[in-house]
Design a protein. Structure first.
Length: 89
């Protein structure tokens, strides 16, 4: 888990590169800036989740999952894009 946290920027950069090779972002968002804004928020949530997961030694019952779900419920981030991105990650 610690090595993931130490290399997370590299992992995200590789993931984004792979995603962009296979997807046209403009198919899902009005502009590229909107996509990157959503992606940055998603990265923040994933970083925080990984840190909490490590802190609680994998006990997800101690993690408030509601705060993570709210982002996706309130955003216009298309589910299909999210799943494709997470699968590459």
């Amino acid at each position: 888990m610690q090595s993931i946290l130490e290399n997370i920027k590299y992992v995200y950069d590789i993931t984004l590169g792979e995603f962009e090779k296979n997807e046209n972002i403009q198919d899902y968002f009005e502009d590229t800036e909107q996509f990157y804004k959503c992606l940055e928020r998603q990265k923040e949530l994933l970083d925080h989740y990984i840190e909490e997961y490590a802190q609680y030694k994998g006990d997800v019952n101690k993690i408030d999952l509601e705060k993570y779900g709210q982002f996706y419920l309130q955003s216009e981030f298309p589910y299909i894009v999210l799943m494709k991105y997470l699968n590459i990650l």
